[in-house]
Design a protein around this ligand. Structure first.
Ligand SMILES: [Zn+2]
Length: 281
């Protein structure tokens, strides 16, 4: 899609999101430009359900009710974690995989582009909504520069912990440990700072192979996201909302992330032994 065509349907109020999308596209490639269609959802087969939810045409009543409930539950989870809700993301719901692909979703369950959330037919619940909403909330609370500097593993870990997604839970972590699945150590996890480093690791640890695993009848593996959640859960339990907001404030002030994080982490008791090093990568 050409840049001109992409920008044509935009109104001024979308400009901020458009700038963010365009800057993200430098890192995310064409899927982000396809995500630009979310700025004009009704031109691409979605219809409004509420002010903040668009659904694919043909979505049945039971799913619509489920989505309204999911939105409320996700908002409540964001409020609990951050103390208030500053972001008002617009949620776009695909009930077919072809719709999801049209908006740039491939190999994932849900995505967020700035303040635009995209849910696949596999992610129609409050957990995935809260995960993506956490990214939007985090983004709305810091400057673009500080957000750029925030390590991706941290942003993901907070989203995983807040959303209580079953696929990324502590019981999935135990399954990964019991099955000796290669997983990153804490030290390695902390090196996945940029979006590119994170996406490379997602690929290396095979978090992006679950459609194939499912087709073969094999159990799903969400190694990297689960490792990020496993790292963040005890940290968030210790830090609480106050600690999370204090860390965000320090990043806005230009403080180094690791030292801000470690100030709280030093008081966290971690009872799990270090994870095994990946055997082949
Ligand atoms: Zn995420």
């Amino acid at each position: 899609m050409s840049l001109t065509l992409f920008l044509q349907p935009l109104r001024i109020r979308h400009l901020k999101t458009a700038i963010l999308l365009l800057s993200l596209s430098l890192f995310g490639g064409c899927s982000v430009l396809q995500g630009g269609k979310l700025l004009a959802p009704e031109s691409f087969g979605l219809i409004p359900l509420t002010q903040n939810i668009y659904v694919e045409a043909g979505t049945d009543e039971a799913t619509r009710t489920q989505l309204r409930d999911a939105m409320m539950k996700a908002e409540s989870a964001i409020r609990t974690a951050y103390g208030s809700v500053k972001s008002r993301p617009v949620v776009h719901v695909c009930i077919s995989e072809s719709c999801y692909e049209k908006f740039g979703g491939r190999g994932s369950v849900a995505k967020v582009y700035g303040d635009r959330i995209l849910l696949s037919p596999r992610g129609l619940n409050w957990h995935f909504l809260a995960h993506e909403w956490s990214h939007a909330e985090m983004r709305s609370r810091i400057t673009l520069g500080a957000w750029w500097d925030m390590p991706q593993w941290f942003d993901e870990g907070v989203a995983v912990a807040i959303s209580e997604t079953l696929e990324h839970s502590e019981s999935h972590w135990k399954f990964l440990v019991a099955s000796s699945t290669p997983r990153p150590t804490r030290e390695e996890l902390h090196t996945f700072k940029s979006l590119r480093q994170w996406l490379d690791a997602v690929h290396r640890y095979g978090d992006d192979k679950n459609i194939e695993r499912k087709a073969r009848g094999d159990p799903e593996m969400h190694t990297l996201y689960t490792a990020a959640g496993h790292e963040l859960r005890p940290w968030l339990a210790k830090a609480g909302t106050g600690g999370l907001l204090a860390l965000i404030a320090q990043l806005k002030d230009g403080k180094d992330f690791e030292s801000a994080y470690q100030t709280i982490d030093m008081t966290v008791e971690r009872d799990t032994p270090p994870a095994a090093l990946p055997s082949s990568h």
